[in-house]
Design a protein around this ligand. Sequence first.
Ligand code: MRU
Length: 357
Amino acid sequence: MNSSVVDSDFYTLRWVGDVDGRLELLDQTLLPVEVKYLPCDDVDTLFEAIRSLRVRGAPAIGVAAAYGVCLGLRGSQDRTESDFFFKLDEVCRYLAASRPTAVNLFWALDRMRQAAELQRGLVPLEVLQAMLLDEARRIHEEDAAMCRAIGAHGAKLLNDGDGVLTHCNAGALATSEYGTALAVLYAAQEQGKRLQVFVDETRPLLQGSRLTAWELDRRGFDVTLICDNMAAQVMREGRVQAVVVGADRIASNGDAANKIGTYGVACLAKMHEVPFYVAAPSSTFDLSLTDGFGIPIEERDPREITHGFGKQTAPTGVKVYNPAFDVTPAKLIRGIICERGVISPVDADGIGRLIGS
Ligand code: MRU
């Protein structure tokens, strides 16, 4: 394991050992009560972990999936080359079916496939396996570096004494380390800026209260937890000078998918003339999409709403709609903070210049 990708006193995920090693994940469904690591020795365990949000957050899902390819290929060095590539394809398709919205998952799987294809026919399969583990490690380390760079660019947008509101968890727990939206806060803190952070609870799965409040509290932030429906009042009272959130997929015009409720926060920010920023690495851009209407939105189990607090909180059989993400139109976003700089105004030209076309 590379110690540079371990964040303070916990880590989101790490590979232990060599090609026949395993992946360990911090089981985020147990936070904030219990810090427990889940060993993943096979790709089925990882698939379940992604689907049930034991590991979650767009960049972290991508990194986990890259290591998942290595898990799925364990023991495959004795196959024929065509069987090896058949297995690779099978594992990638399987992991790609775990969650639909965060593009980092597909980006990481494509990168693993391409790394393998480049060596096809050139090296023995055990060497290829080792090269794939190296590629997964590179994805992991690059993600950590991207987060640091996002923090450096974004911190300039915040002032000492600002109130900052965030939604869901786009912190160390959602990435290799440091986070995207929270990286901006961490970097500002490192520059000596004192921030008051308002954390949306983030129904239905409470990533804000369970994860973001936990993470920020451990880093000594002044954290105030609010229910999602309190954000308007908090802004009206003048307590928020900036909103910073992460993203799961950004279309080429800047429309950005993030945790359900983000779009509502962006509308409120517009109403109260508070700048709304999205922080995300270039692996979160999906330039194949002209706008956010093409972003697939995951729908999750109704029980997350009807039984979210360990007991039934709705009438039996009530009809439920549970989209896990929404899309914030580019026109509501003041800037997208990525590792290459800040895109502002947010439009296809700005994205083309910094990310590509
Ligand atoms: O369903 P989740 O918890 O995976 O949703 C995560 C988010 O919406 C995050 O804000 C997003 O992935 C950005 S993480 C840096």
